[in-house]
Every structure is written in structure tokens, then in C-alpha cells.
Design a protein around this ligand. Structure first.
Ligand code: BT5
Length: 238
């Protein structure tokens, strides 16, 4: 049991831990989402991990690591369960419209150099509906719920590390376009009507695409295009 695998990985990275070091826990007492939100992390059923990366890329490309991790996690979910998740910008993985996994990536950098990135991934593998707290029961799911049978955490963990390693090396070999294309295939975002909450504002419009820096390009009702760097998306009309 640990407070948060991301906090521990951050601490280790500050002490000089090498790229590729992984922190994994049976449960978290303070599992973290974005913006101070919580990640429900009960013991023995799921996967909570954080990986230390030290990519030699400019800080403005750091969000490619989030997209890369989302693609790798989607692929791991599909290959270990046969179910096809969708990616919801920027960092959710959904099955049947419900969240099965979330990503929390934290960056430590200077203006022109990344020191490290912590890739935090939580996947609901064997949670049962009644285990989820009431507030998230209607919007969260697990592989077990969707598939009707349990998933081996050890095998899923191995699969995920392989897909991550593979997509991380694809990024360096082929560059951002390979990641962006794969991400588009899982996200099915283009043309969808969305409502975005970003820094306290709500914007409604049509999602056009994601940009090479991971920003979401939104066409608002007045026909103008805006780039959204961070926020939460809801699909309208669904
Ligand atoms: C995320 O935040 O989705 C990022 C979650 C990252 C968790 C991993 S676990 C390993 C590593 N160590 C950590 O401490 N964190 C990372 P966000 O997009 O802000 O979504 C959080 C919201 O999702 C919450 O406010 C709830 O509504 C919902 N939620 C919380 N726990 C959930 C769960 N287990 N499954 C599905 N939804 C959940």
C-alpha cells in the first residue's frame, strides 16, 4: 500500500532514478487524478503504476507522452480482453462509454529541457460494480464488468509494459505523426459535438482534430477554431 505511485516515482526521480523505473502498488490511499481529484484505488483488484521517463525532447512535446501512453494502454486493453476501448481526450479510456482507465502524467522540466516525466496509469481490471463508490458507479467500469470474467493482473501488467515500450520506441523512430495517427484511430473524435470545461469556462462545439502538441482543436458555434490545451470533455447528444 502506498499513498500514490506517482508521488513515489516523482520522489525517486528527484533522487536520480533511471528511465524505465516502475512503481507499482496493490492499493493507494491517495491515488490522484488531475486537478486534485482522486483516483479510487482499492486493493488487490486493479493496476496502479507509474513509470519514470527521461525523454530527450523539448518540453512542448511532453504531451505526446500522454497520447503515447493512452495508445499503449488502449492496445493492452484490447489485446488482453478482446474489447475495444475508446480514448477520450485527453487521458481517459472508455468501455461502453464508461471510464476503465485514467492517465496522470507529471512533468518536471526547465524552459528548454525535460528532467523527467512520470507516466501514471490506473486500470480497473477486476473491480465489481458494487465496489465503486456511489459517485462514480454510473460512470466507471472494469474489464471484469465488461467482459464478464476476471483478468490476470500480472499478465495485464506484462502486456502493458510491452505495449508502452513498443510505442515509446515508435515515437523516437517515426516521430509524433505515428503517435497522432494511432491516437486518432482509438479516439474517433473528429466531427463529434463536445462540451469542454477548461479553466472554469464551458465551450461547446465540434471537435476538429488534435494538434501536434496534443491540443484539441475545437470549432465553436461562431465558426471560429480554438485550441484547447487542458480540460474535460463530454460528448453532447449521447
Ligand atoms: C485521471 O484523472 O483519470 C487520472 C487517473 C490516474 C490514476 C493513476 S493510478 C497510478 C498513478 N498514481 C496516482 O496517484 N495516479 C495515477 P481525472 O481525469 O482527473 O479523473 C478523475 C475522476 O475520475 C474522478 O474525479 C472520478 O470522477 C473518476 N474516478 C476516480 N476513480 C476512478 C476509477 N477507479 N475508475 C473510473 N473513474 C474514476
Amino acid at each position: 500500500e502506498i499513498d500514490s505511485t506517482n508521488s513515489k516515482a516523482y520522489e525517486l526521480a528527484m533522487e536520480g532514478a533511471e528511465e524505465g523505473e516502475v512503481v507499482v502498488a496493490e492499493s493507494q490511499t491517495r491515488g490522484r487524478g488531475r486537478l486534485g481529484r482522486q483516483w479510487f484505488s482499492p486493493p488487490y483488484v486493479n493496476l496502479y503504476l507509474s513509470i519514470i521517463l527521461r525523454p530527450q525532447i523539448p518540453p512542448h512535446q511532453a504531451s505526446m507522452m500522454t497520447l503515447m501512453a493512452a495508445v499503449a494502454t488502449a492496445e493492452a486493453i484490447q489485446s488482453s480482453s478482446g474489447l475495444r476501448p475508446t480514448i477520450k481526450w485527453p487521458n481517459d479510456l472508455l468501455l461502453s462509454g464508461r471510464k476503465v482507465a485514467g492517465l496522470l502524467n507529471e512533468l518536471h522540466s526547465e524552459a528548454d529541457q525535460i528532467h523527467f516525466i512520470i507516466l501514471g496509469i490506473g486500470v480497473n481490471l477486476n473491480t465489481e460494480v458494487r465496489m465503486f463508490p456511489k459517485e462514480i458507479r454510473g460512470k466507471a467500469t472494469s474489464l471484469r464488468i465488461e467482459k464478464g470474467e476476471g483478468v490476470s493482473r500480472k499478465e495485464f501488467f506484462q502486456t502493458l509494459l510491452k505495449t508502452l515500450e513498443n510505442w515509446y520506441s515508435i515515437f523516437f523512430r517515426e516521430g509524433a505523426p505515428a503517435i497522432l495517427n494511432a491516437w486518432r484511430g482509438w479516439a474517433n473524435l473528429q466531427g463529434r459535438l463536445v462540451r469542454i470545461t477548461s479553466f472554469g469556462d464551458t465551450l461547446i462545439g465540434k471537435a476538429i482534430d488534435i494538434d501536434s502538441d496534443g491540443a484539441l482543436i475545437l470549432e465553436t458555434m461562431d465558426g471560429k477554431q480554438r485550441r484547447i490545451l487542458a480540460g474535460d470533455v463530454e460528448y453532447s447528444g449521447e
